[in-house]
Structure formats: structure tokens, C-alpha cells
Design a protein around this ligand. Structure first.
Ligand SMILES: C[S@@+](CC[C@H](N)C(=O)[O-])C[C@H]1O[C@@H](n2cnc3c(N)ncnc32)[C@H](O)[C@@H]1O
Ligand SMILES: Nc1nc2[nH]cc(C(=O)O)c2c(=O)[nH]1
Ligand code: SF4
Ligand SMILES: [Mg+2]
Length: 223
């Protein structure tokens, strides 16, 4: 099984329940959901002419639409070559749930890593039993994809991006229609550090006893 990889880097997890935890990020290429405010629009398309070798991918600095096809074993080898020390791996994208992540999970979990997936919840999950699943639901996006009830049920964490009250109302409806597990953590993440979005998220989290997720990496100016 080969995975289309946009980048692999080590940093501090800036979002959700594992905020502050050193983590290796594996960013997969490709996403058809089309959120207008998406942080990673360079991962949406998989252009054949932008396919590069594993070596070229490893020397990438900063976000570009270049991608490479890597196997799970090559990904693990790359972690070792780059002397990464984090034990937590975040699989993100793009939309990583478009791919069967079980072979990758088998190799990395066998090597002792704890895995987390960041997903929009719009594709059926193919993940390991232990993987921490963060679903960031995407409602009414241009791609026309729907959030799946099975993804909502598998979620360990629902991390919802908000800017306006209508987004909270839409989340309330989703939580009614596709209820998560009772032990799932619910957090609000202000879109693009907008002050009004942040204020709304703070107020709503206090009222509902939900968590706040502020994209710490953007405040710290790290990757
Ligand atoms: C870039 S997405 C990739 C994974 C997957 N496609 C998803 O949407 O969960 C990773 C996380 O960043 C969030 N995100 C993307 N752009 C954002 C923005 N401008 N402001 C706040 N959160 C954003 C997403 O909601 C998601 O939780
Ligand atoms: N530091 C850091 N934390 C993150 N958490 C989720 C991210 C993502 O793009 O999925 C992300 C990211 O890009 N950087
Ligand atoms: S689903 Fe995720 S990667 Fe896709 S456009 Fe939305 S935020 Fe970006
Ligand atoms: Mg990001």
C-alpha cells in the first residue's frame, strides 16, 4: 500500500486534546471537501506533474503542492533517518480518511507510536482500533460531502471550526442527528484566529462546558 504524502515534519500538536504534545505530522495529499478557509489548500489536488521522489519530499521546506508516494515502511524509515523523538503521530491532510490507514497503523503502532487522525468525518474510516480519532465536522461545504454518523460514533474527539453563531446552531443539529459517544470530547476551534470567532468560541465553551482549541502553533509561529 502506497500513500500520497505532502509532508512529514515534527512539531508540537497545536490543536485539540493533545495540544502541547510533541508530534510527528504525516500529511496526506488530496481533499475534495473544499472548506473556503482551509489552512492546507495546497493539499487539495494531486497533480501528476508535482509528484516527486521520497528524497525530494524529505528536503521540502514549507508548504507546497508537491507530493510523493511512500509505503508505511519508508515512512517509518524516514522518521528514524530524521531522528524524530516524538512518540505521537498525527495523520492529517488533505483528507487522510480517503485512504486505508490500517497498514500504516500496523507498522507505526508495532514500532511503539501512538496514532491520531485528523479527519472531516466525510469518508468511512479505515483505522486501527487504538487510533485516536479527531473528527472536525464539515457541514455545507462546496464539495457537497456529508458527515457520516459512523464517523461521529467512532470519534474520540469532535473538534468543530466556528466563526459565527449559525455554525454553533449547525453543530447542535449534527450532535442531535448523529450523536457521538457520551465520553467523546467536544471542542470549538475558532476559524483563522479571527477575534470575533475566538470570542464566540470562548463564550460558548464556558456555557456548554466544552473545550477550546486555539491552534497554538499559529500563536507560536511554528509549523
Ligand atoms: C487542515 S485539516 C486536515 C484534516 C481533515 N481534512 C480535517 O478537516 O479534519 C486539520 C484541521 O485543521 C482545521 N482547520 C483547517 N483550516 C482551519 C482554519 N483556517 N482555522 C481553524 N481551523 C482550521 C480543520 O477543521 C481540522 O480540524
Ligand atoms: N502544530 C500543528 N498542529 C496541528 N494540529 C493539526 C494540524 C493539521 O494541519 O492537521 C496541525 C498543524 O499543521 N500544525
Ligand atoms: S476537509 Fe480539511 S483539508 Fe479538506 S478542505 Fe476542509 S479543512 Fe481543508
Ligand atoms: Mg494545520
Amino acid at each position: 500500500m502506497m500513500y500520497p504524502i505532502n509532508e512529514i515534519f515534527e512539531t508540537i500538536q497545536g490543536e485539540g486534546m493533545f495540544t502541547g504534545v510533541p508530534a510527528i505530522f504525516v500529511r496526506l495529499q488530496g481533499c475534495p471537501v473544499g472548506c473556503p478557509w482551509c489552512d492546507t489548500q495546497h493539499t487539495w489536488d494531486m497533480k501528476p506533474e508535482l509528484k516527486v521522489s521520497a528524497e525530494q519530499l524529505a528536503s521540502k521546506t514549507g508548504p507546497t503542492a508537491e507530493w510523493a508516494e511512500l509505503s508505511a515502511n519508508v515512512i517509518l524509515q524516514l522518521f528514524r533517518e530524521r531522528k524524530f523523538t516524538a512518540r505521537h503521530v498525527v495523520i492529517t491532510g488533505g483528507e487522510p480518511a480517503m485512504y486505508d490507514l490500517r497498514p500504516l497503523a500496523e507498522v507505526l503502532e508495532q514500532a511503539g507510536y501512538r496514532l491520531q487522525i485528523e479527519t472531516s468525518g466525510t469518508f468511512a474510516l479505515q483505522v486501527s482500533a487504538q487510533m485516536w480519532v479527531t473528527v472536525s465536522p464539515k457541514l455545507d461545504m462546496p464539495g457537497g460531502y456529508l458527515v457520516r454518523p459512523d464517523c461521529m460514533k467512532r470519534a474520540d474527539e469532535i473538534k468543530y471550526p466556528v466563526a459565527m453563531q449559525k455554525h454553533i446552531d449547525a453543530l447542535d443539529l449534527l450532535l442531535q442527528q448523529c450523536p457521538p459517544r457520551s465520553d467523546a470530547v467536544i471542542s470549538l476551534q475558532p476559524i483563522s484566529q479571527r477575534p470575533r470567532a475566538t470570542e464566540l468560541a470562548i463564550q460558548t465553551c464556558i456555557e456548554r462546558n466544552w473545550r477550546l482549541s486555539v491552534q497554538l502553533h499559529k500563536y507560536l509561529h511554528i509549523e
